[in-house]
Design a protein around this ligand. Structure first.
Ligand code: UT7
Length: 330
């Protein structure tokens, strides 16, 4: 069987309107704009208003991606929503999106790989389109991380924001699209980033609520150490699979978690910082949405043109990591 070449034929992103600056956070917790900017590069992030859910952000991003790809919603045969902040445990957020957007011909599922979710989702889409199971797959990374932040925990609350991005993956001309993908995971580090209660192991009780175990917790330094190794490893492995070298990369769009992590990765893979696209100062870390939101902004700023070699690379809870090398299709 001949594997079809697949790629992103349209992209869209959406962030909620409410801007929360570092100065706003200074007013509610023991932190400072200076600390947050120096340690991460983040200056502000977007938070949803009450009642706005992950699916709402996902739908807005999806509509923009469909428009960009010039594809009708009826053509979508599969919706994958990568998220760690689903609307509900059941049903999947993908099913909620499917209903809200009227994707009557689409199967729908959520994917859990935290901040690597967009890369994992694109990899699944590449497989599904590649072997001809589906023609058009919508991959969405969407998060309302503000819903799992403990605003009294400065270790995590200052880092994250809300947002969504969507990509339409379809067959593309030979030599273009998703050239290679490298994914990985290290479950040994599962304790470094996560939510302790509310799952099947420790269900929600009055005691878990009292202990604030339904909020996201992170061992920042351990995640940092993992990230500075995982980002370069994933990118270099994906490059090798695509038969390309670091100098072939035109633009690299990393997970927008921390400027320091990205600077360390830049040195290791020998790609200068000028080739990294960063928008974390304005949106913070939006987990599964982060790479897609940044990619969309880079396109809007006309930093990407047809034929460019684009690397996307990320890491996140699990811990997971991954990278994809693309030859841009439009
Ligand atoms: O998508 C995956 C997301 N996760 C990440 O990317 C996290 C990766 N980790 C990091 O980027 C860094 O570890 C952080 C930015 C989270 C923290 O930076 P750090 O240089 O590792 O700081 P630290 O945790 O060693 O803390 C240094 C000090 C501590 O005070 P003492 O013990 O030295 O007095 C913290 O209590 O900074 C304090 N601190 C803060 N101070 C002001 C921690 N958070 C804050 C804060 N504001 N928000």
């Amino acid at each position: 069987m001949k594997i079809k070449q697949s790629g992103i034929i349209g992209l869209g992103a959406y962030v909620p309107k409410k801007i929360v600056t570092n100065f706003d956070l200074e007013k509610i917790m023991d932190t400072s704009d200076e600390w947050i900017k120096t340690r991460t590069g983040i200056e502000e992030r977007r938070f949803v208003e009450k009642g706005e859910a992950t699916s709402d952000l996902a739908v807005e991003a999806a509509k923009r991606a469909l428009k960009c790809a010039n594809v009708s919603i009826e053509e979508i045969d599969m919706i994958i929503v990568a998220t760690c902040t689903p609307d509900y445990q059941i049903p999947s957020t993908a099913c909620v999106v499917q209903k809200k957007i009227g994707a009557i011909n689409a199967a729908a599922m959520d994917l859990g790989a935290a901040c690597s979710g967009f890369i994992y989702g694109l990899t699944v889409a590449k497989g599904l389109v590649g072997i001809g199971t589906y023609k058009k797959v919508m991959v969405i990374g969407a998060e309302v991380l503000s819903s799992i932040l403990d605003m009294s925990d400065r270790n995590t609350a200052v880092l994250f924001g809300d947002g969504a991005a969507a990509a339409i993956v379809s067959e593309v001309e030979e030599g273009f699209g998703l050239l290679s993908t490298h994914l990985g995971a290290d479950g040994d580090l599962k304790e470094t980033l996560g939510i302790k209660s509310g799952g099947s192991l420790h269900g929600t009780t009055a005691a878990t609520l009292e202990g604030k175990e339904h909020f996201l917790r992170m061992k920042g330094q351990e995640v940092f150490k993992f990230a500075v190794k995982a980002l370069p490893t994933a990118t270099l492995e994906a490059l090798k699979l695509a038969n390309l070298k670091s100098e072939d990369i035109d633009l690299i769009v990393p997970h927008q978690a921390s400027r320091r992590i990205i600077e360390a990765a830049s040195k290791k893979i020998e790609v200068p910082m000028e080739k990294f696209f960063l928008n974390l100062s304005k949106v913070g870390n939006t987990s599964a949405a982060s790479i897609g939101i940044a990619l969309d902004e880079a396109l809007e700023k006309k930093l990407i043109k047809k034929g460019d070699i684009i690397a996307i690379t990320g890491f996140g809870g699990g811990l997971t990591f991954g990278s994809i090398i693309m030859k841009w299709c439009y």
